[in-house]
Design a protein around this ligand. Structure first.
Ligand SMILES: [Zn+2]
Length: 238
């Protein structure tokens, strides 16, 4: 009982020096009376402290039995606390493992959802670029283009918002790739602004933006492709 209560930590090393290490030692009698071996009269002391405690003849100079009991009881409380925590951790370990598995499963499901969202978003952006080509070539009016963009947004409401939310919550490692793809696609609105001004002028010449549009489109495809590949890697590794 004394051995397990103290876990072989010396009550005086603990009480006087805050030393909680395991010691080779002996069971000592608190009141130095060997005939009383009740639990309350016993304590684990290291060899050095046992010698010193027993050799004190005058208790006023040495450690009193009250102090010793106090240190001992505090030590027992600490040992009990640690033992309890260890067994509690052992009890909840399966729960923690299950929670981790659930989270992995959720991430895998989200990865597949993200793949579809990125694919859909790339298709939406590609459609916008296709329309811009028609506008540049003067085959549709600026209003036709706006209608097309608006209906694309209506068909896929909140597509990009959802996509970036999933990246932020579950795949922060993709944030940079997403930002690059987003910057590459946002070039379409800059070109749209220029074409609107052009459209409002008397002599429409959208064709001079053809190269800029091609270049922006290639970049957009490149970065969307990269993002999609990275999501595909995550889905595969799951
Ligand atoms: Zn000691």
């Amino acid at each position: 009982m004394v051995l397990t209560s103290s876990a072989r930590r010396c009550a005086l090393c603990f009480g006087l020096n805050h030393d909680f290490s395991e010691k080779s030692g002996q069971i000592a009698h608190v009141d130095k009376n060997r005939s009383d071996s009740s639990y309350d009269n016993l304590v684990w002391l290291c060899l050095e402290h046992h010698d010193r405690y027993d050799s004190r003849t005058s208790q006023s100079k040495g450690i009193t039995k009250f102090e010793l009991r106090d240190y001992r009881d505090k030590l027992y409380a600490v040992v009990e606390n640690i033992t309890e925590n260890l067994s509690r951790t052992a009890q909840i370990a399966p729960d923690l493992e299950r929670a981790q598995t659930d989270q992995d499963t959720k991430r895998n499901e989200r990865a597949e959802e993200l793949y579809l969202l990125v694919q859909g978003w790339s298709a939406t952006v590609s459609a916008i670029y296709r329309n811009l080509h028609l506008l540049v070539e003067d085959r549709i009016t600026f209003n036709d283009h706006l209608d097309a963009v608006i209906s694309l947004g209506k068909n896929n409401p909140g597509e990009f918002a959802k996509l970036s939310m999933i990246v932020n919550m579950y795949f922060p490692e993709l944030k940079l790739d997403l930002a690059k793809a987003q910057i590459a696609t946002s070039k379409s609105s800059q070109i749209t602004d220029k074409l609107r001004e052009e459209w409002e002028s008397d002599y429409y010449d959208g064709y001079r933006y053809k190269d800029e549009l091609r270049e922006a489109e290639a970049k957009m495809h490149h970065y969307c492709r990269l993002l999609l590949d990275r999501v595909a890697d995550i889905v595969r590794s799951a």
